[in-house]
Design a protein around this ligand. Structure first.
Ligand SMILES: Nc1ncnc2c1ncn2[C@@H]1O[C@H](COP(=O)(O)OP(=O)(O)OP(=O)(O)O)[C@@H](O)[C@H]1O
Length: 753
């Protein structure tokens, strides 16, 4: 009697891995030969098809061939940028209830020689069921399988059985791809989630491009990662429009941009522009900033009340108030007094930008001077208007006046004027109160006395200044292209020549300036992450980058570091206008375990009861540690906490503190005897810098200081508390007592350091 051998779990797994490996091998083999062949074939076949189409092939065959070659080229291009380090090309498989067929899902689509799909691009409609099917609504799917690959090797399988009744013969492996993905330690770069996108996230990713799409949700709900997958989806689905017009992704800091920069290449896309909000205006200004202002200054500079202040700073001449223009025409002295000059200025600037308005200004000045000349004297002098203008404009005093009264402006020159408290009072007395003016002038003190082209190339502008400078650039227009005044030239032999025109001169002088072209680079779709932090002035800067764009706005008001809700909402409404808009809310936190989210949720709802606190998808069984350190010696104790955390978690560790404490904490840690292995995993950052980032363990140092030193207050502390994927420790530096942030929560210290 032979005993029937029932395979062990390991044998089943090995068999399934082998089956999947065989398919993955086919995909790579096909892709390699197809892309190699495409390089040679494409040019040849197209030429042949065009010249010899009658006896060579039918039109459909030709089209199919081009499509296939074009596909292979496209695939080769995208394959080259795929991030093979973590996951491979193929990551999913669907089996169907009433169908023998199976469908593989991957980062790009691959077809065989008969044009049958070997892998379907995750963004194609045929892949939708992979993300949307649930046990309640299986969409015809019996089993969803996630393949974990490293390069071209299948190393793991996770299955979801969606239709238990109809698929008893299907093998089911693993405990769920999502949890497996979430357990992995975090590195310095964000990973794509293409294999484990959840249904509510998929809806937001695949929303149509038109109008404004708003994606909201609490910390860790995948807003950022969803937004990036949405960028990839838009490029796939509307490639012509999106590639031609450009897709722009805007985030809070350069640190954040480098954290997310691998996600799109990981999905095979490298044609998206990523910019932090401080670098958004480099197209116009030629520079950016990462410097954050003090809380009060951020508030004032972000407000729309800055608009009239800036406008007045542009309109008000830099010359003394009582300046007048005096010219002599054949012995007649003609004068334009300050009020007349003021009227001319106002009239010209009502319809033109300052830097474009010099010709109109000159015309208005000579008109006004001409009117001053009594007609009988003009007749007596036999003076035509042309000759009159020539006499006036060739006078040195006139040229000097004009250069002082209507200089070429630069945004930096105008903003630097606001560092002068007297001028600021003049321009802002009715919109900013005395305290606000004081804060503003103080925060611009670094720009005092700035002259373009001088020793300092640029004052040390802050991120908030960039939006003001960009606004000014839009108000004044780009500096006109300087035209050389034609000097009369003498050749070596003394011959006088009126002009000597080189090709370069011709190009410069014949270049037409488009009146609306201020050098702003615009985009077809703009995706704004951490949108809750965009100040009203920054919204204006953003709008200029996408006047015809469709938008995706991603954010969480409860994490805002700019607290002027009303103004921000107004600025956003202006952007959204009456166009189509749709909102998606993400409700599950994939980052922080429930224990950490419970604490953070209590903190935020004690101040903002409406905060949208998400539910965590997992628990660790470990409570956050709330420690209160006696005044000294703190360094040693901090070192002990760090060493303990390093032993408890794999991956990254962050110490998060207020900006005012950053330097001293860095020094303290630098002088600690810590092993290199720990140091390499450790970062010290301010609460504003950790926006959007995550770490396996975090120490939030002196939470009270974070609340006090940022405009967002408790909302910024909420950001700091929700960065950890495994462990959170808070350290109050209030001489052994609990910090004020947890007094109202009745959270006792629960650690022993
Ligand atoms: N479907 C998913 N599968 C696997 N991991 C996911 C999924 N959704 C989100 N994550 C992970 O959860 C973490 C948080 O995502 P993300 O940073 O996009 O959230 P967020 O909403 O932008 O957070 P915050 O508002 O706090 O900045 C990331 O590590 C992300 O990769």
């Amino acid at each position: 009697m032979t005993e029937e051998h029932s395979p062990s779990a390991n044998e089943i797994l090995a068999h399934e891995l082998a089956v999947e490996q065989a398919h993955v091998d086919t995909v790579y083999r096909y892709l390699a030969s197809a892309t190699a062949a495409a390089r040679n074939v494409q040019a040849e076949s197209r030429a042949k098809y065009l010249t010899d189409r009658a006896d060579w092939m039918r039109e459909e065959d030709g089209t199919a061939l081009f499509e296939r070659d074009a596909f292979a080229y496209q695939a080769a291009k995208r394959l080259a940028v795929l991030d093979a380090e973590h996951e491979g090309l193929v990551f999913g498989r669907l089996d169907f209830i009433d169908d023998e067929d199976k469908r593989y899902i991957g980062r790009l689509g691959v077809r065989d020689d008969d044009y049958e799909p070997l892998v379907i691009d995750w963004r194609a409609p045929a892949a939708e069921a992979f993300y949307r099917a649930t046990a309640a609504d299986p969409m015809g799917v019996s089993r969803r399988r996630v393949l974990r690959c490293r390069d071209d090797k299948v190393i793991g399988i996770e299955d979801d059985l969606l239709d238990e009744a109809g698929s008893s013969d299907l093998v089911v492996i693993g405990e769920g791809a999502l949890l497996a993905a979430l357990q992995r330690a975090r590195g310095p770069r964000m990973r794509d989630i293409v294999a484990t996108i959840q249904a509510e996230q998929d809806m937001a990713i695949r929303a149509p491009h038109q109008g404004v799409t708003i994606i909201s949700g609490g910390p860790g709900t995948g807003k950022t990662v969803v937004a990036l997958h949405r960028a990839a989806f838009l490029l796939y689905t509307y490639r012509k429009r999106m590639e031609a017009g450009g897709v722009l992704v805007v985030g809070p800091t350069d640190l954040f941009m480098s954290y997310i920069e691998r996600v799109l290449p990981g999905l095979g896309e490298d044609s998206v522009t990523l910019k932090s909000v401080g670098e958004l205006a480099t197209d116009v200004l030629g520079f950016g900033s990462q410097r954050v202002d003090e809380a009060e200054a951020t508030l004032v500079k972000g407000s729309l009340r800055m608009l009239p202040v800036l406008r007045r700073a542009v309109h008000e001449p830099m010359t003394p108030e009582n300046i007048r223009l005096r010219v002599s025409v054949k012995g007649e002295i003609l004068t334009l007094e300050a009020p007349e000059l003021g009227a001319i200025r106002r009239e010209v600037l009502a319809s033109q930008k300052a830097n474009r308005a010099r010709p109109a200004t000159e015309k208005a000045l000579t008109d006004a001077l001409w009117k001053k000349l009594p007609t009988d004297i003009a007749a007596l002098l036999d003076l035509s208007r042309e000759v009159f203008d020539e006499i006036v404009t060739s006078q040195a005093s006139y040229a000097m006046f004009l250069n002082a009264w209507w200089p070429t402006l630069t945004p930096e020159l105008v903003l630097a004027r606001l560092a002068d408290p007297a001028l600021l009072r003049k321009f802002g007395h009715d919109v900013l109160d005395a305290d606000e003016r004081h804060v503003l002038a103080d925060s611009l003190a670094h720009a005092r006395g700035f002259v373009p082209g001088g020793e300092r190339q640029h004052p040390d502008w802050s991120i908030s200044d960039i939006a003001l400078l960009d606004e000014l650039a839009a108000m004044i227009g780009p500096a006109p292209i300087e035209r050389e005044v034609d000097p009369t030239l003498f050749l070596d032999d003394g011959t006088e020549v009126a002009e000597l025109v080189t090709l370069a001169d011709t190009l410069t002088t014949t270049r037409e300036i488009d009146p609306d072209d201020d050098g702003v680079v615009t985009h077809a779709h703009v995706l704004v992450d951490e949108a809750q932090d965009i100040t009203p002035m920054q919204w204006r800067m953003l709008r200029r980058r996408g006047p015809q764009a469709s938008w995706t706005l991603v954010g969480d008001p409860a994490q805002s570091s700019y607290p002027s809700d009303d103004e921000t909402r107004r600025a956003m409404r202006d952007l959204i206008g009456r166009g189509a808009s749709r909102t998606f809310r993400l409700s599950t936190n994939y980052r922080s375990p429930a224990e950490i989210m419970d604490l953070a949720g209590r903190v935020i709802t004690s101040v903002y009861p409406d905060a949208d606190v998400p539910a965590s998808v997992r628990r660790t069984g470990v409570q956050p540690e709330l420690l209160a350190l006696p005044d000294a010696p703190r360094g040693e104790r901090l070192g002990r906490v760090l060493t303990r955390l390093a032993a408890e978690v794999d991956g990254s560790i962050a110490v998060i503190c207020a900006a005012g404490r950053l330097a001293s904490v860095r020094d303290t840690i630098a002088s600690m005897p810590l092993p290199d292995e720990l140091r390499n995993r450790l970062t010290v950052l301010t609460a504003l810098q950790v926006k959007g980032l995550e770490f396996d363990a975090t120490i939030v140092l002196a939470p009270d200081e974070i609340v006090q030193q940022t405009a967002g207050g408790v909302r910024v502390l909420y950001v700091a508390l929700t960065r950890a994927t495994q462990r959170l420790v808070t350290l109050d530096l209030t001489d052994g007592r609990p910090g004020a942030w947890r007094e109202s929560l009745e959270l006792p210290a629960n650690g022993s350091e």
